[in-house]
Write a protein that binds this ligand. Structure first.
Ligand code: NAP
Ligand code: GCO
Length: 266
């Protein structure tokens, strides 16, 4: 197999969850550029319609579906629909996610459960739904979008950190259980990336100065910048391609060096 072919996704069907915009959109765009057919879902028709238009603007004919990834019946029904309308999923990216920044003692159990439901239970549900066909097909790639919070805690993100820490271990367990079927399950751990999800952490102050958290992240990142969704495209293609067929159960941190660095002296 030629070197470039190792990184090609030609002939593959990739499903990226929650990918109307943000990190998922960037990953799906990279997969299309590498030759894959793109399937994505989002939580409502308006987002899906906007996503289809956004992909079309990139020259990509994406198959968009409405589906709440926490709803197992809806996910199983969608997998059957995708297999009928597009084909068997070769590459799954569990990207859909939410965060609630609330001090733990002020967070309700319902709010905690909601974050865990989307960020951990849903990757279980969706992975479970696509694995049987991957086994029949003789190969599969599952990529879970983890986080710095798969390794580190911080104030107000207890539910998110618990979920993303669990997602790291779910990644390793899927690797352990299905590696023998030539299914590789890995994670990507983005650092702090400029998307709508982190917009509140980057808002300029009334006097025009940086948000304190923005300055904090700059000081904690050797690259001295926030990540862009484009920084994730290459690593995502690598983990979806034949080039990573012997990489399994690994969390690839794409964080500009945050996890390696004690932080700039004030
Ligand atoms: P985002 O901008 O909030 O996008 C998340 C997407 O998932 C949205 O389209 C959202 O739809 C969708 N979604 C949420 N709940 C869903 C559900 N139940 N079913 C289907 N779709 C659902 O987030 P992002 O920044 O692109 O992050 C994407 C992933 O990367 C998440 O898992 C996040 O935890 C992770 N991550 C982000 C960063 C970062 O710095 N941005 C860093 C590390 C990891 P709605 O618009 O309706 O909510
Ligand atoms: C936060 C941020 C982070 C990022 C990301 C870091 O509030 O700390 O939202 O959690 O989203 O997960 O990797």
């Amino acid at each position: 197999m030629g070197f470039e072919q190792n990184f090609s996704l030609k002939g593959k069907i990739a499903w990226v969850t929650g990918a109307s915009y943000g990190i998922g959109f960037a990953i799906a765009t990279a997969y299309a550029q590498a030759g894959a057919t793109i399937v994505f879902n989002d939580i409502n028709q308006d987002l899906v319609d906007k996503g289809v238009k956004a992909y079309a603007a990139e020259g990509i004919k994406a198959h968009g579906y409405v589906c709440d990834v926490t709803d197992e019946a809806a996910v199983n029904s969608l997998v059957a629909k995708i297999e009928k309308e597009v084909g068997v999923v070769d590459i799954l990216v569990n990207n859909a996610g939410i965060i609630r920044r609330i001090p733990m003692t002020e967070m309700s159990a319902a709010e905690f459960r909601k974050v865990v439901d989307v960020d951990l239970n849903a990757p279980f549900i969706v992975s479970k739904a696509v694995i049987p066909s991957m086994i029949k097909k003789g190969h599969g790639k599952i990529i879970n979008i983890c986080s710095m919070m798969s390794e580190l805690g911080r104030e107000t993100v207890s539910a998110y950190a618990a979920a993303k820490g669990g997602l790291k271990m779910l990644t390793r367990n899927i690797c352990s259980e299905y590696g023998k079927y030539n299914i590789q399950c890995n994670g990507i751990g983005p650092g702090y990336i400029a998307t709508p999800q982190t917009a509140p952490l980057r808002e300029r102050q009334p006097d025009g100065s940086r948000h304190p958290f923005d300055s904090f992240i700059i000081a904690k990142t050797p690259a001295e910048r926030w990540g862009e969704t484009s920084d994730l495209m290459g690593p995502a293609v690598f983990l979806a391609s034949d080039a990573s067929n012997f990489v399994n159960g690994h969390i690839l941190y794409v964080d500009g060096g945050i996890l390696a660095y004690i932080g700039k002296q004030p």
